[in-house]
Design a binder for this molecule. Structure first.
Ligand code: SIN
Length: 276
């Protein structure tokens, strides 16, 4: 899709893939960070079954699952929801505040607005690789403090209540803190990743308080530079699969007055680590 990440893979029907083909697709997702497979027809049940072939379902806090399947979320903004805040509408890696964040996310496009609602991804591998040695050394000495506090704590409930067809229930567990190394080694590719996203990384251990805020600002502007990103214009039937361990993403909210629905599953991951 761009020079740093993203690929389109043509498969007539992902439901018919052999185990060897799933293994190859997984390798492609780990290599390109996000893969889009157009033209897929999947019920919620079939998407959940396909996802299960990649690993156990990820744990999903705060968001009520689809009535059609307990492991599927309907990412849905109705036309009447207007300018309400959209699900996924800030740079994040899915649920990085968990001790074992999801390895992969799969998003299947059901209903897409005539314009807008694109998704952006940014490579956290390219963001790391672009650093000079001094910056690498500095980042490798730091631990990121992840929390859902500024997304799903009780005070954030009004932000989510504009979505008439998604039930998002904020609670006190959002205030919990989880610590992950700022530079992680990807467990499948061995590549180093700058494992930062602004939605959930709210502090850094290893720096004095006065130094943490400017470092967090720098991480945000660095990891979201245009040169590390790709952008996908959805069509109905697209299935995007991405690697949360090495990419962050952002759902644009520029389609007020139109309906957008995608079905999401996640695949459980392991604890982020610096060990290769
Ligand atoms: C998400 O953040 O999981 C949703 C992304 C999107 O709707 O494009």
């Amino acid at each position: 899709m761009t020079g740093v990440l993203g690929a389109q893979v043509l498969i007539s029907d992902v439901k018919t893939l052999s185990d060897a083909e799933i293994k190859e697709l997984r390798r492609l997702v780990c290599e390109h960070l996000v893969v889009v497979i157009p033209g897929q027809s999947l019920t919620a049940q079939q998407q959940a079954e396909f996802s299960l072939r990649w690993g156990q379902p990820g744990q999903v806090p705060f968001i009520e699952p689809s009535p059609d399947h307990p492991n599927v979320i309907r990412v849905l903004k109705e036309a009447a929801d207007g300018n309400a805040f959209n699900f996924g509408g800030s740079w994040h890696s899915d649920f990085s505040f968990q001790s074992t964040p999801p390895a992969f996310t799969m998003l299947h496009a059901i209903d897409i607005p005539p314009y807008g609602g694109d998704t952006l991804w940014a490579s956290l591998v390219a963001a790391y690789n672009s650093l000079d040695q001094d910056r690498r050394n500095q980042c490798e000495g730091l631990t990121a403090v992840h929390t859902a506090r500024d997304a799903y704590s009780r005070k954030m409930q009004p932000l989510h209540s504009g979505l008439s067809s998604m039930t998002i229930v904020c609670d006190d567990t959002a205030d919990e803190l989880e610590h992950h190394p700022l530079v992680c080694v990807h467990p499948e590719t061995g590549r180093k990743v700058l494992f930062y996203n602004r939605a959930y990384v709210r502090d850094l251990d290893g720096l004095q308080d006065s130094a943490a805020a400017p470092m967090l600002d720098w991480l945000y502007s660095h990891t979201t530079e245009a040169r590390f990103t790709c952008r996908h214009r959805w069509s109905v039937g697209d299935l995007a699969i991405w690697d949360n361990r090495s990419a962050q993403h952002y759902a644009l909210n520029d389609y007020a007055g139109f309906r957008r629905e995608l079905h999401r599953t996640t695949v459980a991951g392991t604890r982020p680590t610096m060990e290769s």
